[in-house]
Ligand binder design. Structure first.
Ligand code: NAI
Ligand code: 15L
Length: 290
């Protein structure tokens, strides 16, 4: 199997930073999915970019601190989402089902949910959304393929399909209403990579923050899709758009974990779909309830 290896990882690929001279602070940011893994990470980091960080989740949230407010909300509830979005300048939309699940669970949270977010954004004049999309939009590309965001989606399940829907919804709301979106197809964003696949798909938390900050504040992004991945040794995703359009230069890499993971975890057989496809275990999740 061919592996794509980068020749350079940390050299800046943009001549001028599109954020140069741009104010990276706004009035109110809405963070959905704030009780989740990445929500908790970004909660700590986004207050410095706004006067008020509005936290929301279906699950209970910890007590609010200075500069925060919280509104518990089910994304499936259109009226509740409308109230949630009112008064916000930017939406960082992380909320929803984050793994492969039966369609009946994905539909209200991820499909109706993202629709409710954009409808509320339209009604309340929100001009920018950062959408937490996923590498599972393209999970059925092979691990020996290098793909670009504009290549056709090949979702690896209902979850990946719901993210593809969100990206297309973002496109519609830009073309029709001018609402700008950066859809970030996040790879694997955890404190550290957990397995061989994540050595390629890992996105460190500092790089996540950098991407979200750029996605919120770089002027005139239009409707953009990028991958959320750190400067790992091997790449499946051509992320030139993230560099060129957002000025994203990842500063983290999965290399410090390589030796331990490769020693502890023998490679799967080459014919195993979990090794063959970029989506890893998601490509064999389900069917549910047979
Ligand atoms: P998570 O599962 O920890 O957090 C998702 C949050 O959404 C949870 O707190 C959950 O309570 C909330 N939620 C679920 N259904 C909801 C509903 N109907 N209404 C309101 N809130 C609801 O996931 P994580 O890891 O924090 O991911 C955040 C986002 O980033 C998700 O959209 C996920 O799909 C996306 N993503 C994450 C990746 C990662 O490596 N962590 C990779 C690719 C995408
Ligand atoms: C995702 O989309 C999931 O939300 C996350 O939990 C990870 O499984 C990640 O993809 C991944 O592909 O590793």
């Amino acid at each position: 199997m061919t592996t794509i290896t980068t020749t350079t990882t940390t050299e800046p690929r943009v001549a001028t930073d599109p954020l140069e001279g741009v104010r990276t602070r706004c009035g109110r940011i809405l963070l959905t999915g704030a009780a989740g893994n990445l929500g908790r990470v970004l909660r700590e980091r986004l207050t410095r970019y706004c006067d008020v960080l509005r936290l929301s989740d279906l699950a209970a949230l910890d007590e609010v601190r200075d500069g925060e407010e919280s509104m518990r909300c089910d994304l499936a509830d259109a009226a509740a989402v409308d109230a949630l979005v009112r008064g916000c300048d930017v939406i960082v939309h992380l909320g929803g089902v984050s793994v492969e699940r039966p369609f009946e669970e994905i539909l209200p949270a991820n499909i109706a949910g993202v629709y409710h977010v954009y409808e509320a954004a339209r009604r309340h004049g929100v001009r920018r959304v950062v959408f937490a999309s996923s590498n599972h939009v393209t999970g059925f590309y092979r691990q020996d393929e290098l793909i670009r965001p504009e290549d056709p989606p090949r979702p690896d399940g209902y979850y990946g399909l719901s993210k593809a829907f969100g990206e297309q919804l973002a496109r519609f709301y830009f073309d029709r209403y001018g609402i700008e979106t950066v859809s970030v197809r996040i790879g694997s964003s955890f404190l550290e990579p957990k397995d061989r696949r994540m050595l390629t798909s890992w996105l460190g938390y500092d790089d996540l923050e950098q991407l979200v900050r750029r996605a919120m504040f770089v002027p005139k992004v239009g409707c953009l899709v990028v991958y959320g991945v750190s400067a790992n040794r091997d790449w499946w995703w051509d992320n030139e758009a993230a560099a060129a359009r957002l000025g994203y230069v990842p500063a983290q890499t999965s290399e410090p974990w390589r030796a331990r993971i490769e020693n502890e975890q023998p490679p799967l057989p080459e014919t195993d779909p979990i090794r063959r496809y970029q989506g890893g275990a998601f490509v064999v999740a389900g069917p549910f309830g047979d």
